[in-house]
Write a protein that binds this ligand. Structure first.
Ligand code: M6R
Length: 623
């Protein structure tokens, strides 16, 4: 989830790049960099100083006498996925000769094999990024006499994964070659002078905001299309070299709307980014032999196979993701698994030793309660692993190992896409543990991983029903109290649905395991009470429906999350939130989506700012 920009023309290219990068900072700011072509040479500047990266990059560029004269350049702002957020890993990444530079957004899946092959051919690796293979492959092709565009096409035929990339080389002044697969790429042409004596600029960016105000003549590149940009012109071809017409983009957004991808707020945008967050988190994790590639894990297979007990520590939505993982780890790996609210963990004298695995789950990697719980665990010599969305966060640095979700930056205070990404990352970890403990043959792991890979499309289907969910939510504008019920993995979904409603709609919402209702809370059910139940076909569906009958018979209005076409469930509901079905242990990823949308639309109907709910902070660094 990085931002990329490129420009070639007579205008102030350096300024176009820096201004574009500033508008792309919401996509990450671990580092920023540019590569500029001036006088047949390539000049690169990079800074990796976190929130100051762009400011520091500007100082370097301003101090460089040639930078202002550049006519062609590419730039990048990084959200680290492979490799630490250091200057070495900042883009543009260069080849061995320093004459080719690439910026890239996405993940190259087969980078391990390609890195090994390139190393044996004598290429020297200068970064830990997956991106670097791209530039060395281009370098090899150029050495055979290929043009830049031919070299890029040949390279892209060798790589698997996702990319939006732009390449420049010293040998072809004025040219940028760019391409995409899955990750978006927008092309723009700006007019030259009216007499046509000066060609205009040709521009590219990963996102529309970077080009707004420069031109309204925009095109979107399709998957596996390659574009050659020269001042004022573009030529689009397929990977096979066939010329094609790119699709015109009609954009009527202002800058603020564009940053939110046309959504009214970041939360709405992030809810819709969930399919992508899931596929990025899963990308390249399964190896052809049916084992898992968890490079950042840093805890050896031997240590993990010695583990005889698992503790999960987390707060809020991350706790709910951890609760789903408890079911998955116990079922697949048959390892006893406890879960704790992180702020309680170290005050209860947990019994841990060197064979205990403690998993901290934290989007930010900075939440003090979770950090302290992990520190406590390390004192007992437990192996500590963190699931984090932020590369090199405090937890990632202190833990023995880390598994990154790749959801990209989440701006809205309410967790959405990072929550879903946490669940799938934890489920991959559960499968890995199951294999290491001899509980799951590779064929079964491969099949379940296939189901995980199917989730992005199913989440997309769940999102397609947004209008229906919004209409249902608005029928409850007058309701102040809600009960959310679920059983088995539906229970964490109920908790998450209730939390979303509390934090952004400011409505009282109790999340309960449905079987617990009759031990007290059912006293609160009376005509008019609203009960939201997770009633998809997971293991305890029949028991769940028994609990639904209990509240219906006491006059509650019942809203049920049900699998498509399940009329038995729908018959017991006043309102139905339909979702597609999947393996029961993976279902929370889909089932929670209508509950996010329910809270989101109800909060907006109440006129609340969903991105910045009152009294809350995105990262909680006080106990
Ligand atoms: O950064 P973390 O995942 O450690 O944050 C934990 C909670 O503060 C967080 O999940 C919070 O509950 C959500 N923002 C709620 O939507």
């Amino acid at each position: 989830m990085c931002g990329i920009i490129g420009a070639t023309g007579q205008g102030c290219v350096t300024e176009i790049l820096l201004e574009g990068l500033a508008r792309l900072e919401y996509r990450g700011y671990d580092s920023a960099g540019v590569a500029l072509q001036a006088d047949g040479d390539l000049w690169r500047a990079r800074a990796a100083t976190g929130t100051r990266s762009l400011e520091d990059l500007r100082k370097i560029v301003d101090g460089a006498p040639d930078a202002g004269g550049a006519l062609t350049g590419i730039g990048h702002t990084r959200w680290a996925t492979h490799g630490h957020p250091t200057e070495e890993n900042a883009h543009p990444i260069m080849d061995c000769s320093g004459r080719v530079a690439v910026v890239h957004n996405g993940i190259i899946e087969n980078w391990r094999e390609l890195t090994a092959r390139l190393a044996s051919d004598g290429h020297v690796r200068t970064s830990d990024t997956d991106t670097e293979v791209l530039v060395h492959l281009v370098e090899e092709e150029l050495a055979t006499g290929a043009s830049l565009v031919e070299a890029v096409r040949a390279t892209l035929r060798e790589v698997s994964g996702t990319f939006a990339l732009a390449v420049v080389c010293a040998g072809e002044p004025g040219t940028i070659v760019a391409a995409r697969r899955v990750s978006p790429l927008v092309i723009g042409l700006a007019d030259g002078d009216p007499e046509g004596e000066v060609a205009g600029e040709a521009l590219l960016a990963s996102d529309i905001p970077a080009l707004l105000g420069r031109t309204r003549r925009l095109w979107a590149l399709e998957d596996d299309q390659v574009v050659e940009l020269r001042p004022g012109s573009m030529r689009v071809t397929t990977l096979a070299g066939k010329e094609v017409e790119p699709s015109v983009l009609q954009v009527n957004w202002d800058l603020e709307a564009a940053e939110k991808g046309g959504h009214p707020d970041f939360m709405g945008k992030e809810i819709h980014e969930q399919p992508r967050a899931l596929s990025d988190t899963l990308l390249g994790r399964l190896l052809p032999d049916g084992t898992f590639a968890l490079d950042e894990l840093r805890i050896s297979d031997e240590d993990l196979s010695r583990v005889d007990k698992v503790f999960i520590v987390a707060c809020g939505s991350s706790y709910h993701a951890g609760l789903v993982a408890k079911y998955a780890i116990e079922h697949w790996a048959r390892l006893p698994t406890e879960i704790d609210i992180a702020s309680e963990f170290r005050y209860r004298d947990p019994v841990l030793d060197s064979r205990t695995l403690v998993i901290g789950v934290s989007q930010s990697g900075e939440t003090i309660d979770t950090l302290q719980a992990m520190r406590e665990a390390r004192q007992w010599s437990a192996k500590v692993l963190v699931i984090s969305n932020v590369v090199d966060s405090s937890m990632a640095r202190e833990a023995d190992g880390v598994l990154y979700t790749r959801a990209g930056p989440e701006v809205g205070v309410a967790s959405t896409k990072t929550h879903l990404a946490q669940i799938v990352a934890l489920e991959v970890l559960a499968l890995h543990l199951a294999q290491l403990h001899g509980r799951m043959p590779p064929a079964d792991a491969r099949m379940l991983f296939g189901d995980l890979e199917g989730l992005p499309d199913l989440v997309e289907l769940a999102l397609a029903r947004e209008k229906d969910v919004a209409e249902i939510a608005c029928r409850f504008l007058g309701t102040r109290d809600f009960f959310f019920l679920g059983r088995h993995v539906g229970y964490p979904v109920a908790l998450e649905g209730a939390l979303k409603l509390k934090e952004i709609a400011y409505l009282r919402a109790e999340g309960y395991p449905a079987g617990e209702l009759k031990h007290g809370p059912i006293a609160l059910i009376e005509p008019g009470a609203v009960v939201v139940g997770v009633a998809t076909r997971t293991r305890l569906w029949e028991k769940m429906m028994g609990n639904v009958a209990e509240v219906r018979s006491r006059g509650a209005t019942v809203v049920l999350v049900a699998n498509d076409g399940d009329s038995d469930t729908a018959d017991q509901a006043d309102e139905v939130l339909w979702v597609p079905s999947t393996d029961p242990l993976l279902a929370p990823v889909i089932d929670v989506v209508p509950l996010q949308l329910f809270a989101y639309h109800l909060a907006r109907a109440h006129g609340h700012d969903v991105d910045r709910p009152r009294n809350l902070a995105k990262t909680v660094t006080v106990e």
